[in-house]
Design a protein around this ligand. Structure first.
Ligand SMILES: [Zn+2]
Length: 424
């Protein structure tokens, strides 16, 4: 089981349940064939249905982690058409089992052979199903997964139903008439219910997999009310069965994304509060599409010659270049900050400078010599700040002329993306 640690906790819980269920279903159907117990057969068929349902949940969880733009619509349709077919099959087998159970009630009922084998098998099934239900509930609550919590509840009903089968077979073996058939009818009722549910969910999604506009609006409003969010650029998602997968792209208020993960978590929580049955929310921080691209130019003490490196820069010119036209909008001069543990030769100043520039929302740092390495490079990387290599330039006036002509960023990908996303 080397693949298990690589899975998400919710997926692992589903996978363990599915593997255990395969063995239980095989055991129950075999025992049903040997003993002739209709209730054991009904519970075996229910378990087969549950395995298929678990696999569907796992596929849903996998898909939900992809970016919504990559959502393969065609695959959803297949998922739901398969769901519909399974639902119809469940209803059909429930119908068949009803006939058999009623046949047992009205006609001559064969006694159950080897009742102890059936009782023993079903007792093991009760214990394992109970353990799986407990595990799904525990993981589902910890991971905030409504579908896993719902699955756990279903497993508890299965454990109780299996205990009922033990009782039914025991009573039948003790000579109580119809006990096995009556128990079978109870399980058939559960099958009808879950089969109907599967069919309805599949139909609902096939008719419209997209999320209702008012729910998307509620999600956007919830995210927008967070003080760290300047603007919600996009919100989309899809329904899978009764569960919703949402994806939000937001522009952060601050350029400083040091607490991005925590901010994303708070936003997710408020979206979950605003919209019910949300299986997963993805929050992606995106740059404001209408925002300027900011270029920092390190300067020498004369405020016009470009400094060779960060440690020797005495100030920075921050140029705002308009997107699209890439024309120069404004220049502001920022003094080079003194590092907290700055050495006499200026070492330590480079990191302090890059941190200060990141807080100003600088997207690109112009360098004429070698690119920063070590600490400054790390800070730049963490803030998605890029290096603009222009060894051909020596003065700020040249930089301004290039920016005004729209050629400063030529050959450079004008990207200022500080993208953070968090699955699940
Ligand atoms: Zn079940």
């Amino acid at each position: 089981m080397r693949f298990l640690p690589a899975m998400e906790p919710t997926e692992r819980a589903e996978a363990i349940a599915s593997v255990a269920s395969v063995f239980m279903a095989a055991g129950m159907i075999t025992v049903a064939a040997v003993s002739g117990s209709v209730s054991v057969l009904a519970e075996g068929i229910d378990t087969v249905v549950d395995i298929v349902a678990s696999v569907a949940v796992m596929i849903g969880l996998r898909l939900s982690r992809r970016h919504s733009r990559d959502f393969p619509d065609g695959l959803y349709k297949v998922e739901n058409i398969v769901g519909l077919a399974i639902g119809v099959l469940v209803l059909f087998s429930a119908y068949e089992l009803t006939g058999e159970a009623i046949g047992g009630l009205t006609g001559h009922q064969e006694p159950i052979s080897a009742p102890w084998v059936a009782i023993g098998t079903m007792s093991v099934v009760v214990v394992i199903t109970g353990l799986l239900a407990w595990n799904k509930g525990r993981v589902g609550k910890a991971e905030n997964s409504p579908s896993l919590v719902a699955d756990s509840r279903h497993s508890w009903t299965d454990a109780i139903a299996s205990a009922g089968v033990v009782l039914g077979v025991a009573l039948a073996a003790a000579g109580v008439p119809y006990a096995d058939s009556i128990m079978a009818l109870v399980i058939v009722a559960i099958l009808f219910w879950s089969g109907g549910q599967v069919v309805l969910d599949a139909l609902k999604v096939l008719l419209d997999a997209s999320i209702e506009p008012d729910l998307l609006q509620a999600a956007a409003a919830a995210a927008g009310s967070d003080p760290r969010v300047r603007r919600v650029v996009r919100v989309d998602g899809r329904n899978s069965g009764s569960y919703r997968f949402l994806h939000l792209a937001v522009v952060p208020e601050s350029e400083d994304l040091r607490d991005a993960e925590q901010a994303a978590q708070t936003i997710k929580d408020s979206v979950r509060e605003a919209v019910t049955n949300v299986e997963s929310v993805q929050v992606e921080f995106v740059p404001d599409p209408s925002r300027d691209i900011r270029v920092a130019v390190p300067l020498e003490a004369d405020s016009c010659t470009i400094a060779p490196d960060l440690a020797s820069a005495s100030s920075y010119a921050v140029l705002a270049v308009a997107p699209g036209w890439r024309a120069l909008e404004q220049v502001s001069l920022v003094p080079s900050p003194r590092g907290p543990d700055e050495a006499p030769d200026g070492a330590g100043r480079d990191i302090a400078s890059v941190v200060a520039l990141a807080r100003l929302g600088v997207d690109q740092l112009l360098v004429t010599g070698s690119s920063p390495t070590g600490g400054p490079a790390f800070v730049m990387d963490a803030n998605a700040m890029e290096v603009l290599e222009r060894p051909d330039l020596t003065t700020l006036a040249q930089v301004q002329a290039q920016a005004s002509a729209g050629s400063l960023l030529d050959g450079q990908v004008a990207q200022s993306s500080s993208s953070q996303s968090d699955p699940g």
